[in-house]
Design a protein around this ligand. Structure first.
Ligand code: G4P
Length: 288
């Protein structure tokens, strides 16, 4: 699958983020709970060197709970405080503030030794497009969040949002460009909708989802789409046969009862992205 990207945007976003990072103590990185590694850009480790770190496994409402627990363990072992999240909810402020205290323990201690008490932690949210950064900031800030106004050194008109007396958040998230070193990563990002649909082949995505679903979440996929058909000598690709069945069930047909693969592929992809198939993760941590 050929995926296009735009180095110009990427360079600009990276530069803006480097400037903002100078202003913060803590980097709150969002990734997609369904594909936490594919949904990150490993450059963040270099960019955020020396900063306290948290990772939010967002859209956990759509991910396999077992896989999410395994990922939390994975990140904890890497020294990054993990929190699972549905950013559309507004009930996670306490978990975030508690997590901040753990992630910034060293800085809080350092401040205390210098006699600085209760200086708020300053944080910024980063992540690839569509991972839920704006949703997260809005939910965390809530309606009553007071903006503390521009601070010296902020050149792009960024504002600090006061989350509570211990935490201030930069209102503009940092955009990380997805990094698809290999096709498998690109495909996972495509499945979760982190790459613009205009540059994708929807049929390939749907084909991948069905193959992956059959291998890993057979029950969920068969409950939604019916049993995987048996191939025969003439027609040996069971995934294509399955797609044709689904298309028939849903009336995704062209004139002459021909399968409309584009239409059925769009429906399967949308089913996955909106969680109608069930809670499905696209990767699990490799066993150590
Ligand atoms: P971004 O700033 O990182 O680019 O992402 P943004 O907040 O715009 O979120 C992208 C989409 O993901 C939005 O859906 C948003 O509602 C959805 N979303 C964010 N967090 C979660 C989550 O934890 N769970 C689920 N299920 N969805 C989440 P949209 O369809 O593009 O917009 P809308 O119609 O919901 O407004």
């Amino acid at each position: 699958m050929q995926i296009q990207w735009y180095p110009g945007h990427m360079t600009k976003a990276r530069r803006a983020m480097q400037e903002d990072l100078k202003l913060v103590d803590l980097v709150m990185e969002l990734t997609d709970a369904r594909a936490p590694l594919a949904g990150r850009n490993p450059d963040i480790d270099k960019l955020a060197a020396g900063k306290a770190r948290m990772i939010f496994l967002n859209k956990a409402d759509l991910a396999d709970d077992q896989a999410t627990l395994a990922w939390m363990d994975y990140f904890r072992k890497k020294g990054i405080t993990p929190i699972r999240l549905d950013a559309r909810k507004t009930n996670f402020k306490k978990a975030v503030v508690d997590g901040v205290k753990i992630a910034c323990q060293e800085k809080i201690e350092r401040d205390r030794r210098k006699g600085i008490l209760n200086r708020p932690i300053r944080a910024m949210v980063v992540g690839i497009p569509n991972v839920g950064k704006s949703t997260f900031i809005n939910s965390l800030a809530g309606k009553t969040a007071a903006k503390t106004g521009n601070k010296p050194g902020v050149t792009r008109g960024n504002q600090w949002i006061k989350i509570d007396k211990q935490l201030e958040l930069l209102d503009t998230p940092g955009i990380l460009w997805p990094k698809f070193d290999d096709e498998a990563i690109g495909m996972k990002l495509a499945c979760v909708g982190s790459i613009s649909d205009e540059v994708l082949n929807m049929q390939e995505i749907a084909y991948h989802l069905l193959s992956y679903g059959k291998a890993n979440y057979n029950q969920l996929f068969e409950a939604r789409y019916g049993a995987v058909p048996q191939p025969d000598d003439e027609r040996d690709n069971e995934i294509v046969l399955w797609m044709e069945n689904i298309a028939r069930q849903r009336g995704c047909l062209k004139r002459g009862a021909e399968t409309d693969f584009d239409k059925v592929s769009a429906q399967i992809t949308d089913d996955f992205r909106s969680g109608r198939i069930g809670k499905v993760s696209l990767e699990v941590p490799k066993q150590a």
